[in-house]
Design a protein around this ligand. Structure first.
Ligand SMILES: [Zn+2]
Length: 303
């Protein structure tokens, strides 16, 4: 944009500043977190599930699920109703109850990230049923589900209503201004990439994949399983989330605190495990949705 007219340019600058000041706090794993979760999930899909995912992905994704895992954040202005679907607020307690906590500001039930996971799972199941063809936009259902399974694993996406999952707790992350929610969405992942992975997200993903097949391998079957052969079990993921939020995210944090290496190094293992769990569980859910041969509640097998 050329700036030949000074007053025009100052007005435009002012409008831009007002817009930036009013932009809502982002409530989502950052782009990187969603990318990592989906990159972990896709190679864990069974042949049949991988085929269904390929068919449903928009052509712009070029077959890469991770490339559309932040789509739900990009449509937050277009689909305002979907805004509460990225998180759950508890009334300041360290436990979660679907009937008490899964609603939007107007009190409409099911309008939270756990309700959204159930809803988009149910929609995607119709993929196998030709009689319901065209009822839902299953491409959007897949992109929503892949995003929300990521979100529910970010501990502060199941946080306290009063502080909006840490969004209203300003602090410093090392020297920079941040807030507690943002620390868990972006800053910890960003710092880890810088300090340990040569600023390369692929190296971080490979490290997590190694942990899934080695360090955490004993726990992985339990991550994948849902009670009563359910296809997805977001209530369990949400209960883990608020418990981790209390034990690690909120712990010892007060407004205007400076968080540095102590906080970073003790919380990074939690973030890494949640990213891995999100990926493993997304794959398990998609396998159970799309692969009729897949044993319900069974284990993810690499295709
Ligand atoms: Zn989100």
């Amino acid at each position: 944009m050329g700036c030949s007219n000074l007053s025009y340019c100052s007005v435009m600058l002012l409008i831009l500043l007002v817009f930036l000041a009013k932009a809502p706090a982002i409530q989502s794993w950052g782009k990187e977190g969603h990318f990592i979760t989906c990159k972990i999930a896709q190679p864990l899909l069974s042949k049949a599930a991988a085929k269904a995912v390929q068919e449903l992905l928009p052509s712009s994704a070029e077959g890469d699920l991770a490339s559309v895992c932040s789509w739900a954040d990009t449509v937050r202005f277009k689909y305002r109703w979907a805004s509460p679907l990225h998180y759950i607020n508890t009334p300041g307690v360290c436990n979660y109850k679907y009937s008490r906590d899964c609603h939007n500001d107007k009190g409409e039930q099911d309008m939270c990230v756990a309700g959204a996971i159930n809803n988009y799972t149910a929609q995607l199941i119709t993929y196998m049923d030709s009689s319901s063809e065209g009822t839902y936009n299953l491409t959007e259902s897949l992109m929503f589900l892949s995003h929300f399974v990521g979100d529910i694993h970010q501990p502060l996406h199941v946080g306290f209503a009063d502080d909006e999952g840490g969004n209203t707790i300003p602090l410093r992350w090392f020297r920079r201004k941040s807030n507690l929610h943002k620390v868990w969405d972006f800053d910890i992942i960003d710092e880890a990439e810088k300090d340990f992975f040569n600023r390369d997200v692929t190296t971080m993903i490979e490290d997590l994949q190694r942990n899934i097949t080695e360090g955490w391998s004993d726990e992985v079957p339990a991550w994948e399983k849902c009670a009563r052969n359910a296809i997805a079990c977001p209530d369990g993921y949400a209960s883990e989330g608020i418990s981790l939020a209390c034990k690690w995210a909120y712990k010892d944090v007060t407004a205007d605190i400076v968080l540095e290496d102590d906080y970073f190094l003790t919380r990074l293992p939690i973030v890494e495990k949640r990213l891995a769990q999100g990926g493993v569980r997304l794959a398990a859910i998609l396998n159970r949705i799309f692969d009729s041969n897949f044993v319900m509640g069974g284990s993810v097998q690499s295709s």
